[in-house]
Write a protein that binds this ligand. Structure first.
Ligand code: GLV
Ligand code: GLV
Length: 322
């Protein structure tokens, strides 16, 4: 009998697909709505044919060895898969899959929400109201930054980066710059986007959005040297992975007002964040909500389930990453 483990409850749709394909008893779901600790994970994966993991599960070689030789697939419930040692998986003939595409708009919308929140000081204004500091309209109260017609720099023009660029070009007439290894012809045609180096992007953009995968090459890509290329009007948002930014250098740039503000959905040592962030008014902080719409999370459960169904029925899943 097929034996699938799901490390935490996900929307019912995907679970139902697995049960329809392999039987009611083929799926075990972690009954507690929390992240399993490493020892629990090692214990729970034993003897499974498939594991549906979350980005909060560290799937390394030891966990794969604990799963054992039956394990054919680790289906990550995320587009990012830096929580999985994909080389170790390949060495063990384990397929690793992700859920791209279906969370592109949700994550792009979140990046845009952060751009607006920082530029128009929405969360600062919210705190101001709650603290009963509002004494009446004032010409100089909480002045922000105009977005319409300004320049947006996209670091990493994959699906999500391009979706942000298209929305901001069409909706707000923004000029688009991007930094990426490859040239994106269609994207350039559609938005007039220009491919530039990182320094040019930092110097010329009013708004910068980080949309890269996290890999050893992108670790601390945004460091003190790069913050020094930005300017006092720069708004930076990160909906990708926290480790792409040197968080200490970010705190310094925000505290010294080297940049105007930052909108963060991800953190270097998630769920922890650099202590000083919470004391800085020019930071808008969200708890990794990029794909957190009911629509996207349901679609992700369908794709993650379909990846498992394909792998266990000896078809190549659509979204293999190793
Ligand atoms: C979310 O961060 C994801 O990678 O899906
Ligand atoms: C994710 O969907 C990306 O490629 O940006």
């Amino acid at each position: 009998m097929v034996n699938i483990y799901v490390t935490r409850r996900i929307p019912e749709k995907g679970l139902q697909m697995l049960k329809n394909a392999f039987g009611e008893n083929s799926v075990e779901v972690n009954p507690d709505d929390r992240v399993l600790n490493y020892d629990e994970l090692m214990e729970k994966v034993k003897g499974r044919d498939a594991i549906l993991s979350l980005l909060t599960d560290k799937m390394d070689d030891k966990v794969m060895d604990a799963a054992g030789p039956n394990c054919k697939i680790i289906s990550n419930y995320a587009v990012g898969y830096n929580n999985i040692d994909t080389n170790a998986a390949s060495e063990r003939n384990i397929i690793v899959t992700n859920t791209p595409g279906v969370l592109t708009n949700a994550t792009a919308d979140m990046a845009i929400a952060l751009i607006f929140a920082v530029a128009r000081r929405v969360t600062e204004g919210d705190r101001f109201m709650r603290e009963h500091k509002y004494k009446g309209w004032a010409p100089m109260l909480l002045l922000g930054k105009q977005i319409t017609g300004k320049t947006l720099g996209i670091i990493g023009a994959g699906r999500i980066g391009q979706a942000i660029g298209k929305k901001m070009y069409k909706g707000f007439g923004m000029n688009i710059l991007y930094f990426d290894r490859s040239t994106k012809d269609e994207f350039e045609k559609e938005t007039g986007a220009k491919k530039v180096d990182l320094e040019t992007l930092c110097k010329e953009s009013n708004f910068i959005s980080i949309n890269l995968n996290y890999t050893p090459e992108t670790h601390h890509l945004i460091n003190e040297k790069v913050f020094n290329m930005m300017h006092k009007d720069t708004v930076l948002v990160n909906t990708a992975r926290g480790q792409i930014i040197d968080e200490k250098a970010l705190v310094k740039a925000l505290r010294e007002k080297k940049i105007f503000g930052a909108g963060l959905d991800v953190y270097e040592n998630e769920p922890a964040m650099a202590h000083s962030l919470e004391t800085l008014d020019n930071a808008v902080l969200a708890p990794h909500l990029g794909s957190a719409t009911a629509e996207a999370r349901t679609k992700m459960s369908e794709i993650a389930a379909q990846n498992i169904i394909d792998a266990l029925q000896a078809r190549k899943p659509k979204y293999v990453v190793n």
